[in-house]
Design a protein. Structure first.
Length: 424
C-alpha cells in the first residue's frame, strides 16, 4: 500500500501526493460502485479535506475516532441548525418538532444523557429481547413470502424487505400494521436530519411537519399505554426504572420514532443488499444452501461487504489528530464505515464476498463502542431469518432484471431502488 500523503493544509489543498482522489458521492459511477474510490482514498489520502469536512477512510483511523473522546455526535444538531438557515431565527415553536428530536433523541445526546438513555432503553434491544422475537419475525417473513412464492416472483424490496422491519416494529410497539407505512414515511422525512448535506433550507418545513405529526401520533399511543399497559415495548419502556429515574412520555415517543428512523431503511437495505450479494456470488449462495446455519455469518459479511449505512459523522470537540492530520475543534469528520470494512490492513482479500470469513468481528457496519447500533441485534436476526427462508429451501432464485439501479435519495445509505426476483 502507498504511504499516505502528508496532509496538513488547513484550506484543504491537502495532499503532498500529486494524484488526488476525486470524491463525488453524487456521481452515477460512485453510486454504482464506491469501493474503488474508497480504496484510492485509503491508499493515497486516508484523511482528506472535502468541502466543509474531513473524510476518514482507514479502519484504524475510523476506530480511533469512534473509540476516542475527542469527537462527539452531540454537536451534529448545530450542523443541522446551520444547514437549516432560518432554524435559529424562526419564531419560538416553529421548529419545535425538529428541536426536540435533535435535542433529545439518543443518537444526538452526549454523556451523561446518552448513557442514561441507553440504560433505560437497553432491555428492549438486548440479546434476550431480540432472541424472543424469532417466532414473530419468522411468522411475518413466511406470510410475506407466501404470495410471491405462489406467483413465481416478487419485487424483493417493496414486497418483502420494506415490510418485514415495518411490520415487526408495529408488532413490537403494539401498533396496527396500517400505521406502519405512515410511520415509515414520516421517518423517511425525519431521517434527512441524519444526512443534512442533502437538505435545502426549504426542506426543513416538510421535515418539521413529519416529525411533529409522528410525535403527536406516538405521544397519543404512549398516553394510551400509560392508562392501559400491555406487553409491547412501549409499555415496557414506560415501566423501566433505574432507581428513581425513568423515561418521560416524550422520551418514549422519541425512542419509538428513532427506531423507525434508524432501523427501517437500514434493515430493508441489509436484506436487499444481502440477496443481491448472494445471487451475484453463486459459490457463496451454494455454501449457504448446503449449510443454512451460515445465514448468521452471511448477514455479518453483507454488513462488511455492502453495508447499508456507508458513513457516519462526528464533530471535533477539541483540536485533535487523525492519522497524523490536524483536525480543529468544531470541524466535521465523515467516517467512511464502508471503506473501513474493505481495509486490506484488517481483512484478508477484502473485495471478495466470503460468508465463512474468520475476520468478520472487525467490521464496523453497526459502528463501534458506546454509540454502536442499538438495534443491530434485531436487524441482524431479521436479515438472518430472511436469508434462511429464501436460501434454505428448494426454490431457486434469479434476478429478473439485467440492470439494477442504486438509490440516490441519501448519501449515507446504500441500497437498490428495486430488486425484481423470479422463483423457480
Ligand atoms: C441493518 C440495519 C442497521 C444498520 C446498518 C445500522 C447501523 C448503525 C450504525 C453504524 C450506528 C452507529 C452510528 C454512529 O456511530 O454514529 C447505529 C446507531 C444506532 N442505531 Fe442502528 N443500524 C441498523 C438498524 C437499527 C435498528 C433496527 C434500530 C432500532 C430499532 C437502530 C437504532 C439505532 C440507534 C438508536 C443508534 C444510535 C445509538 C447511540 O447513539 O447510542 N438501528 N446504527
Amino acid at each position: 500500500m502507498a504511504l499516505p500523503g502528508t496532509v496538513k493544509d488547513r484550506k484543504g489543498v491537502a495532499s503532498a501526493t500529486p494524484d488526488r482522489v476525486r470524491f463525488n458521492p453524487f456521481s452515477p459511477e460512485f453510486r454504482r460502485d464506491p469501493y474503488p474510490v474508497y480504496a484510492a482514498l485509503r491508499a493515497r489520502e486516508p484523511v482528506k479535506r472535502v468541502v466543509g469536512s474531513w473524510l476518514v477512510s482507514r479502519h484504524a483511523d475510523v476506530l480511533a475516532v469512534l473509540r476516542g473522546r475527542l469527537f462527539s455526535s452531540s454537536r451534529i444538531p448545530e450542523l443541522v441548525k446551520r444547514r437549516g438557515g432560518g432554524l435559529e431565527r424562526a419564531a419560538a415553536g416553529d421548529y419545535g418538532g425538529i428541536e426536540s428530536f435533535i435535542a433529545k433523541a439518543i443518537v444526538f445526546t452526549e454523556n451523561p444523557d446518552h448513557a442514561r438513555l441507553r440504560r433505560l432503553v437497553n432491555n428492549v434491544f438486548d440479546s434476550g429481547a431480540v432472541a424472543a422475537e424469532r417466532p414473530a419475525i419468522e411468522a411475518i417473513a413466511r406470510e410475506l413470502l407466501a404470495q410471491p412464492l405462489a406467483d413465481g416472483g416478487m419485487e424483493a424490496l417493496a414486497d418483502f424487505a420494506d415490510r418485514l422491519p415495518m411490520y415487526l416494529m408495529c408488532h413490537r410497539m403494539g401498533l396496527p400494521r396500517e400505521m406502519g407505512s405512515v410511520m415509515r414515511d414520516w421517518a423517511a422525512e425525519a431521517r434527512m436530519l441524519l444526512d443534512p448535506t442533502l437538505m435545502a433550507p426549504a426542506d426543513f418545513a416538510s421535515v418539521e411537519t413529519a416529525v411533529r405529526e409522528a410525535l403527536a401520533c406516538l405521544t397519543g399511543v404512549v398516553e394510551e399505554r400509560k392508562r392501559r399497559p400491555g406487553n409491547d415495548i412501549i409499555s415496557i419502556l414506560l415501566a423501566n426504572r433505574d432507581r428513581d429515574d425513568r423515561l418521560s412520555e416524550q422520551e418514549v415517543a422519541l425512542t419509538c420514532l428513532m427506531s423507525f428512523v434508524a432501523g427501517h431503511e437500514t434493515t430493508k437495505h441489509l436484506i436487499g443488499n444481502g440477496i443481491l450479494c448472494l445471487l451475484r456470488h453463486p459459490d457463496q449462495e451454494a455454501l449457504l444452501r448446503a449449510g443454512p446455519a451460515l445465514a448468521a455469518s452471511a448477514t455479518e459479511e453483507v454488513l462488511r461487504f455492502e453495508p447499508p449505512l456507508q458513513q457516519t459523522k462526528r464533530v471535533a470537540i477539541a483540536d485533535a489528530e487523525i492519522g497524523g492530520v490536524e483536525i480543529r475543534e468544531g470541524e466535521q469528520v465523515l467516517l467512511l464505515l464502508a471503506s473501513a470494512n474493505r481495509d486490506e490492513a484488517v481483512f484478508a482479500d477484502p473485495d471478495r464476498f466470503l460468508i465463512t470469513r474468520g475476520d468478520l468481528q472487525a467490521h464496523v457496519g453497526f459502528g463501534y463502542g458506546m454509540r454502536a447500533c442499538l438495534g443491530g441485534g434485531l436487524a441482524n436476526l431479521e436479515a438472518t431469518i430472511a436469508f434462511e427462508l429464501l436460501f434454505g429451501g428448494d426454490v431457486r432464485i434469479e434476478l429478473a432484471a439485467d440492470e439494477l439501479e442504486w438509490q440516490d435519495g441519501a448519501v449515507i445509505l446504500r441500497g437498490m431502488k428495486q430488486l425484481p426476483l423470479r422463483f423457480r
